[in-house]
Design a binder for this molecule. Structure first.
Ligand SMILES: Nc1nc2c(c(=O)[nH]1)N[C@H]1C(S)=C(S)[C@@H](COP(=O)(O)OP(=O)(O)OC[C@H]3O[C@@H](n4cnc5c(=O)[nH]c(N)nc54)[C@H](O)[C@@H]3O)O[C@H]1N2
Ligand SMILES: Nc1nc2c(c(=O)[nH]1)N[C@H]1C(S)=C(S)[C@@H](COP(=O)(O)OP(=O)(O)OC[C@H]3O[C@@H](n4cnc5c(=O)[nH]c(N)nc54)[C@H](O)[C@@H]3O)O[C@H]1N2
Ligand code: SF4
Ligand SMILES: [Mo]
Length: 710
């Protein structure tokens, strides 16, 4: 009996926990905690419920095992890899020859850096910058907002700084539920005496641990943060030296926040004025402060400005460039930081080098050996609209499930039906796949190897633990075959000939300044990984950014002066409630993996809509009654949970089970993120029978896909 312990990285969230898979005779029999690896992000090898259950989805019976070709919508025949690659390459070439901007590519925060590098290389070598991924629906405002304030879009510090902070301000982030193992660092700080301030429209698991809890209405964050800044300036609690020496734009901030008195802010947000004052004083006077945020803050038409204000709040308190301080947006997917670093984004080459910058373009033209497009490409939601206009005709989707994850899902479905050609590369059947012409079966992360980058810019190597099922292949391999078949069958950085994932990382080392010293050899030898920027192979990696200067052209922090804007769709007579969406600790996104895990499904079997007791009483709704929620875009059946966790007038729904039929796809003008955290809705009690009928009309989590004989 051959028994092995293989070190992998958890395939779910951005905390980036290490664990071992115990493999006996090639079969995964269980997990083992990585208690023996010093310096990993999950101290003592701790895992959350999802990390504990990683094996189950690998063994799902309906894993994709063969390439498929559609005969009609949702009906497929099995084909060989060579047929599949040939067809994909021919179609891509035809569109590219006519006009490459008819193509749209989706990278994936659910797979390694190497395939993300390759998919953007393929798009760009074919002549288009139309490449994006789920970061658009997620932390796009963090990337754009922090870039404006500090010059770079990543977390400024590491978990170590959260542990060492004296105050932690958590806003729009259900830290204990969505990054449970990372939350341990907050608890450690709290044990040392640090104060925790939580701002969320719901009383969450995270709010349980708060010393101060600010419960504001969804979409009123600008007013709340301006209110905090107002108090800090008025009471002269800011770090005047830091502001003078390292920031610009302070006078404009003073003017902009003048009217945001605690009383005025109470009117907009519903948070008592004295709590705003207490929170501001506690934050500014602590000595060392960290701000963390996630989707509650970013998924708004003013997400970019929300983030700029948090950067401003942190900077005026002098909480940058030192231990125990910083801005720690918690990146969501296990490799969303990496997918951004690798430039699965329409505006940059790897390492955030602008496609519009002629010098950077010249470098990549020489590096890849082709002429490159200098125009910024389309984002995820823009692409769905470009299909409507007949501009985009083909999608290549690697590891995304937009039918469930994009805002205004009914519109997305209509758009996908209009596409002429769609490739889906995934590990299991998804509702998005119903509209595919070609399906490419990918090996899951634990069946595959490569590097991935967690929320703290920590790059780690994950080793292959088990064999992929059937003919499923690694994402890097699939893209390398497509690249060669398209005509880039050349050696070195000018082509797509790779023998292993490590070859791709070596190419990344050569063109991505932050990753220059992060070689496959170093990563394989050091299981705790290396934090970028790491400019050379003997560099230890970087714990916090901005020690002496920011990365803006003048080296200063550019403070933001922003006036109040709320959500674009406000409650009215017809749609009197505000709808917001959130997550459960045991379920992950579009449920393709956790939904195939028996242990997790047993415990988190269905969604519940949170509604305040006063609202519920008026509508005659009790806990577990069926209700329907309606917006201008769709209708959604769900059972109710009557709870004081939400304010009057607010309905909160987990989005995992296709609730995006309801949400608004209005975009932030800069970050282009849709407003999935606040829109207007109405609610009514319905019978179970009506609920069942409505449910049948929703996108199906386990889709109606048929494989027929050729
Ligand atoms: N279990 C689990 N963990 C996950 C994921 C998962 O699907 N399941 N997904 C991962 C990913 S990709 C991400 S991006 C992260 C997301 O992590 P989080 O952002 O923590 O997740 P959410 O529950 O979507 O939203 C957080 C909070 O925002 C609040 N909120 C709603 N509206 C507003 C508002 O207007 N303002 C403010 N300030 N708050 C508001 C909600 O009440 C909610 O508690 O989680 C990651 N971890
Ligand atoms: N209303 C609402 N909508 C939201 C959000 C919200 O808070 N509210 N949150 C948004 C956020 S933050 C995010 S990040 C997005 C997430 O949106 P998506 O990225 O679309 O969601 P996932 O379920 O993570 O889908 C990833 C796909 O990758 C596949 N996959 C997994 N591993 C691999 C692999 O190794 N290779 C390949 N090729 N495929 C793989 C999975 O099976 C799945 O189909 O959703 C967004 N949508
Ligand atoms: S916290 Fe995130 S990375 Fe860690 S085990 Fe849970 S899902 Fe996996
Ligand atoms: Mo995300």
């Amino acid at each position: 009996m051959a028994e092995e312990l293989i070190p992998v990285v958890c395939p779910y969230c951005g905390v980036g926990c290490r664990l071992y898979i115990r493999v006996v005779d090639g079969y995964p029999v269980g997990i083992e905690y990585a208690t023996d690896i010093p310096g990993i992000s999950n101290e003592k090898g701790k895992l959350c419920p999802k990390g504990n259950a990683v094996i189950e989805y690998l063994l799902a019976k309906d894993r994709l095992k063969k390439p498929l070709k559609a005969k009609e919508q949702g009906k497929f025949v099995e084909i060989s890899w060579s047929e599949a690659i040939k067809e994909v390459a021919e179609r891509l070439k035809t569109y590219a020859k006519d006009d490459p901007n008819q193509l749209m590519f989706f990278g994936s925060a659910r797979t390694f850096n190497e395939p993300n590098y390759l998919i953007q290389k393929l798009a760009r070598m074919l002549g288009t910058n139309n490449v994006d991924h789920c970061a658009r629906l997620c932390h796009a405002p963090t990337v754009s907002g922090l870039k404006q304030v500090f010059g770079a879009g990543a977390m400024t510090n590491t978990y170590k700084d959260i542990e060492e902070a004296d105050v932690i301000f958590i806003i729009g982030h259900n830290y204990a539920e969505t990054h449970p193992v990372g939350f341990r660092y907050v608890l450690k700080a709290k044990e040392r005496g640090a104060k925790v301030i939580v701002a969320d429209p719901r009383f969450t698991r995270t709010a349980w641990f708060a010393d101060i809890f600010l419960q504001h209405y969804p979409g009123t964050d600008i007013a709340l943060i301006n209110g905090l800044i107002h108090v800090i300036i008025k009471e002269k609690l800011y770090d005047a030296k830091f502001v003078r020496e390292r920031c610009v734009g302070f006078d404009e901030v003073v003017k902009a926040v003048e009217k945001f008195t605690p009383e005025y802010v109470e009117k907009i947000t519903g948070v008592p004025a004295d709590l705003i004052v207490e929170a501001a004083r506690t934050f500014a006077t602590a000595g060392k402060g960290v701000i963390t945020w996630a989707m509650g803050l970013t998924q708004h038409t003013h997400g970019h400005d929300n983030v700029r204000l948090l950067g401003t709040l942190s900077a005026i308190c002098g909480y940058q460039g030192k231990e125990g301080c910083g801005c720690a947006p918690m990146r969501g997917q296990n490799n969303v930081q990496g997918a951004c670093d690798m430039a699965a984004l329409p505006n940059v080459f790897p390492g955030y080098q602008a496609v519009t910058n002629p010098e950077k373009r010249k470098f990549f033209e020489e590096f890849w050996g082709v002429e490159l497009n200098g125009e910024v490409g389309l984002t995820v939601i823009e692409a769905a609209h470009a299909i409507d206009e007949g501009k985009v005709k083909a999608y290549y989707i690697m590891g995304e499930n937009p039918v469930i994850s994009d805002a205004n899902a009914n519109h997305v479905i209509k758009a996908l039906q209009k596409l002429e050609f769609m490739v889906v590369q995934d590990i299991v059947p998804t509702p998005t796949m119903e509209f595919a012409d070609i399906v490419l079966p990918a090996a899951a992360m634990l069946e595959n190897e490569g590097s991935l980058t967690n929320t703290e810019r920590r790059v780690q190597w994950s080793f292959p633990a088990v064999k992929p099922p059937g003919e499923a292949r690694p994402d890097w391999w699939i893209l390398s075959e497509v690249g060669k078949a398209v005509g880039f069958d050349r050696d070195g950085s000018k082509g797509f000939r790779y023998n292993e994932a490590a070859d791709v990382l070596r190419e990344i080392n050569a063109c991505t300044p932050q990753y220059r010293g992060i070689t496959p050899e170093r990563l394989k030898a050091n299981l705790a990984g290396i934090h970028w920027p790491c400019p050379s192979p003997d560099h230890p990696g970087t714990r916090f950014l901005y020690k002496d200067r920011f990365l803006t052209p003048d080296g200063k922090a550019h403070l933001a002066a922003v006036d109040y804007r709320g959500p674009v769709e406000l409650p009215d007579e017809e749609y009197p409630f505000i709808l917001t969406t959130m997550r459960y600790v045991g379920m992950y996104h579009t449920l393709t993996m956790t939904g195939r895990s028996e242990a997790l499904v047993k415990r988190w079997k269905e969604p519940l809509a949170e509604i305040h007791p006063d609202d519920a009483a008026k509508l005659g709704i009790r806990t577990v009654d069926w209700i329907k929620i309606e917006t201008r875009r769709g209708v959604y059946p769900i059972r109710a949970k009557v709870t004081r966790a939400v304010k009057k007038g607010v309905i909160a729904v987990p989005w995992h089970w296709a609730a995006n039929v309801l949400t608004n796809d209005a975009l932030d003008p800069v970050a282009k993120i849709p407003e999935t955290k606040a829109c207007a809705c109405r609610v009514a009690k319905i019978s179970e029978e009506e609920a069942k009928k409505l449910m049948e009309k929703l996108p199906q989590i386990i889709p109606r896909i048929e494989v027929v004989k050729g």
